[in-house]
Design a protein around this ligand. Structure first.
Ligand code: NAD
Ligand code: UDP
Length: 341
């Protein structure tokens, strides 16, 4: 049985990916420093999968500590999720973002080289397409001119990994650019569990629907879009998780080098449409007001899914209603989020 090291495997996307890997017959080892997740996730994974996964509480920037994970396990592939991801926070503490995100990626690469591990899947983001609105974004669309340090870390790590692959011609590296992951596992046991007041739309709507927050502010309704609100490509986190299994399988069956795929649905959903879909899922109105535009937001962002469909065999299965109903189940089962460790 092939073993996948999942860094950041205790987090939102990582934990769902652990389940998909397990269901596809992989063994999983998790490395996470709990900077943005709680140990309760491991208990929930055990309930869902009926078994424990080997878990290391380790900072992926710490080469010595992370080397123990490679020393003690025969790792076949790495999926590198570990990183900080809050856009606003990255503007306030950019050095922390650069050192954590870039530092952990470099450390993972060094150890993969040292221990002869060839397959790497990296969590990149549609944010690398910057302020362009030339949709749909294809993998050939121009990147750069990111609007915040978080985005630049993704852009820089992509470049670092390309350089690494040139220097290590037997490496197989898959860059995955996620669009907007939302939703939760069907069990309602794991989902997105942001600390404090959420910044992203779906966690915020969920909390308004659940009564923890009073109202949602829609950031701008004067965009050049059909209903005036921004369009995003929301993708169910379970679909996204399955995309990672496809990526590992792709690396196993292809030659060395770097490959790149968008993971989205190819469909733009407006903020107003998202609210309406969530109202349908929870069965009551979502209190909302219309406010100013949020600085740095673009009007439209959605993926071209052609390459992922053709080469990776990946096609999202779930629609916006599925995303909302799973979010709502997660919210109602965990109104205060997960318990502190
Ligand atoms: P998350 O914060 O829920 O998960 C990340 C996990 O990594 C957390 O459990 C955190 O504790 C851990 N971590 C952070 N720094 C670490 C370090 N130095 N060493 C060990 N563990 C560390 O985030 P997520 O939404 O699951 O995102 C996973 C990855 O996908 C991130 O790299 C993120 O930038 C990327 N991504 C996320 C989105 C999104 O909207 N959620 C979109 C595009 C890309
Ligand atoms: N949004 C909003 N109110 C909120 C949070 C988000 O209107 O409280 C809008 C935001 O302006 C964007 C969309 O919802 O148009 C998705 O925002 P999110 O932060 O989830 O994703 P991103 O903008 O990073 O793609």
């Amino acid at each position: 049985m092939a073993t996948v090291l999942v860094t950041g495997g205790n987090g939102y996307i990582g934990s769902h990916t652990v389940i998909s890997l397990f269901e596809s017959g992989y063994d999983v080892v998790i490395a996470d420093n709990l900077a943005n997740s709680k140990m309760e996730v491991q208990k929930r994974l055990k309930t869902i999968c009926g078994r424990d996964f080997k878990f290391y509480k380790v900072d992926c920037c710490d080469e010595k500590a992370l080397s123990v994970v490679f020393e003690e396990n025969r790792i076949d592939s790495v999926i590198h999720f570990a990183g900080l991801k809050a856009v606003g926070e990255s503007v306030r503490i950019p050095l922390d973002y650069y050192s954590n995100n870039i530092g952990s990626a470099i450390t993972v690469c060094k150890l993969m080289k040292k221990y002869g591990v060839k397959n790497l899947v990296f969590s990149s983001s549609a944010t690398v397409y910057g302020m362009s609105e030339d949709v749909p974004f294809t993998e050939e669309s121009p990147v750069g001119i990111c609007t915040n340090p978080y985005g630049w870390t993704k852009w820089m790590i992509e470049q670092i990994l390309r350089d690494f692959a040139v220097s290590e011609p037997s490496m197989k590296i898959c860059l995955l650019r996620y669009f907007n992951p939302v939703g939760a596992h069907e069990s309602g046991l794991i989902g997105e569990d942001p600390r404090g007041i959420p910044n992203n739309l779906f966690p915020y709507i969920s909390k308004v629907a659940g009564g923890t927050l009073e109202k949602l502010t829609v950031f701008g309704d004067d965009y050049d879009t059909p209903d005036g609100t921004c369009l995003r490509d929301y993708i169910h986190v379970v679909d996204l998780a399955e995309g990672h299994v496809k990526a590992i399988q792709y690396l196993d069956s292809h030659d060395a080098g770097v490959c790149l795929f968008n993971l989205g649905t190819g469909k733009g959903t407006s903020v107003k449409e998202a609210i309406a879909a969530f109202e349908k899922a929870c069965g009551h109105p979502i209190n909302h007001v219309f406010g100013d535009r949020r600085p740095g937001d673009i009007a439209v962002c959605y993926a071209s899914t052609e390459k992922a469909e053709k080469d990776l065999g990946f096609k999202a299965r779930y629609n916006i209603d599925d995303m909302c109903s799973s979010c709502w189940k997660w919210q109602t089962m965990n109104p205060e989020g997960l318990a502190d460790d």
